[in-house]
Design a protein around this ligand. Sequence first.
Ligand code: TEU
Length: 530
Amino acid sequence: MAEIEWWKRGVVYQIYPRSFQDSDGDGTGDLPGIHRRLDYLQDLGIDAIWISPVYPSPMADFGYDVADYCGIDPLFGTLEDFDALVAEAHARAMRVLLDFVPNHTSDRHPWFQESRSGRGSARRDWYLWRDPAPDGGPPNNWLSNFGGSAWTYDAASGQYYYHAFLKEQPDLNWRNEEVRAAMFDALRFWLRRGVDGFRVDVLWHLIKDAAFRDNPPNPFWRDGMPEIDRLLQVHSTDQAEVHEVVAGMRRVLAEFGADRLLIGEIYLPVARLVAYYGKNGEGAQLPFNFQLIHAAWNAETLARLIADYEAALPEGGWPNWVLGNHDQKRIAARVGEKQARVAAMLLLTLRGTPTLYYGDEIGLAHVEVPPEAVRDPWEKNEPGLGFGRDPERTPMQWDASPGAGFTTGRPWLPLSPDHSTRNVAVLDREPGSILGLVRALLALRRARPALGSGSFAAVRAEGAVLAFERGSGADRLLVALNLGHETAELETGAFAGGTLVLSTVHGAAPRPVPARLALAPDEGAVIAPG
Ligand code: TEU
């Protein structure tokens, strides 16, 4: 039997580089900082790091506005630092995934500078320029993700350019062959340096309706929702031709070996999401599945969602799960500190590749960012509505020192006020800490083939309990998660007489498992048969 691919068995850990580890006291994390923490990551038990953008950037959107696809921003270090990081990660059998941002560049990118220099520019068609509407307004009604029109007028040439995000992030024209070739070369640049794959930013955005038709109104839009959601993005995203582009990216990765990984950031309903696996698996190996981020946190909803997702996967399509990222309210803030432990058990026992967001392993929750400290452009554009993403991007907390071991300087975003007690050094010594639980879960996942690569069956909701079974040959496990805050019971069936091998409640395992197992409030359990 062929060896299972590393990324199927593996666990991905997302690093937001500004906030992971500062090495030079400027208050912003950097590559040498990540390098210093590789032992921590190895010891934690993860298999790959995905690093949010570190390319040269004016930082209008904190690196998601790239000014040079083949360099490292001095804020983060040098190419030599990067090469050293890759070498050291590989020496520890950890892979390195970069964030690739193909939908848009920075407005400072030389390509855009040239493109905007005039209608006759050789790179005019690299971006999306259109004439004004007859009334002089924008060419269509498309909106920016960060508020306002997605079109910005360029008086010098009398045309508008399209930007799905900030006006400092003009969208590239992926229908243009030269753009494709240039961007594929950027992928090759990093693959040659040993990068193991990419998380591709807003993959479903790359191709837009060729006729730029107006988007229809969203009948479900209500006050308080982001402005972008006033319209359904049927013409501005998820066009059929995007799948050729994804297949093209996969082919570039394949030039460097079959094990290079393509992860797609795609916010779409499952039925459309699974198309990104591509025909015959020629698309992304892992189109990000964000359902756990948006779903109501109860057993029935989650059981249905998990079953439906498993059923929707195409032949050969491998599942994946995500609890949080740098754009989403943290899991501990969404479900509370105790349920965050149950959520960690869910993420790390479901079938499929999990992606862990830095800081979730220490239970970082919502960090209040006062108006004067706000950095996120979305919060600045649509203030006070809770869209801002700073609260989930605050520095990692390593120890009880004033800078939390993150920096000797002034952190770019405030530390969580609990940093003197919630940090790696303290939690490492605290029996039953969330950090200890995450380590134990990662170790269990590695030790038990049922969890690492096994089958998935019998997902069900019994009252507040979400349960499912995993199996690989003789290795079988039952996962039972009490999503409620009261004691709840579960019929253990064939697992009666077995043992509880891991519990989210400190001191609760190991214990014998009766036919009707009582789970404590907020208790998750992994059970082995007798
Ligand atoms: O995010 C894409 C994206 O769609 C999010 O901004 C999303 O709309 C929002 O978080 C609500 O769910 C990616 C990056 O992850 C994000 O940080 C960038 O700002 C954005 O693309 C532009 O590159």
